[in-house]
Design a protein around this ligand. Structure first.
Ligand SMILES: [Ca+2]
Ligand SMILES: [Ca+2]
Length: 178
């Protein structure tokens, strides 16, 4: 299936010119039969066994039949699986939501993490941590976006302004009573 196929039926004996015909059965979808040349050509689109009978007649009125079978094999299935998990430590932070996107525009997906307990103090602070994916598939180059005066709730990544680069959206609740 999916590959170009070409075969020419041949006859021994008889007298030119020959005329070919498909007298019963059917060709695999995507293939066609040329009654002048005896050529079967095309790209099969359906897998299966296809039985058909061709006839050939020569210029003296002689004829012959032949039963043929074309076996079209299905395309190989793509193989997939789950890779082993990769673990990254973010120290002792209480990690909230994560979001994935190419945040520095280098073509590699990065990970943003909403974290609590960052920095000094009994409870630390809310911070956004961004880990950039390196050329080896690892995460490095942590960037800390600190000083957020909100309790982080949700983060999301998307191209918000349509410039082709991912942006980071953050929502949360004010830390201070009004
Ligand atoms: Ca990136
Ligand atoms: Ca953008």
């Amino acid at each position: 299936m999916g590959k170009n196929y070409s075969a020419t039926l041949r006859v021994t004996g008889g007298k030119n010119p020959f005329g070919w015909s498909l007298v019963s059965g059917r060709l695999p979808g995507g293939l066609s039969f040329d009654s002048l040349t005896g050529k079967i050509t095309g790209t099969p689109t359906t897998a299966g066994d296809f039985d058909f009978t061709v006839a050939v007649a020569d210029s003296l009125g002689g004829s012959a039949f032949k039963d043929l079978t074309l076996v079209i094999k299905p395309l190989p299935h793509a193989t997939w699986g789950l890779c082993p998990a990769i673990y990254y430590s973010v120290n002792d932070l209480w990690v909230g939501q994560t979001a994935v996107g190419d945040l520095n525009g280098d073509g590699r997906m990065d990970v943003a993490v909403a974290a609590r307990g960052y920095g000094e103090g009994p409870c630390g602070r809310n911070a956004l941590l961004v880990y950039y994916q390196d050329t080896f598939g690892g995460l490095s180059g942590q960037e800390v976006i600190d000083g957020l005066d909100i309790c982080l709730r949700r983060i999301a990544v998307g191209d918000l302004n349509g410039d082709g680069k991912d942006d980071l959206a953050v929502s949360g609740i004010s830390r201070y009573p009004h």
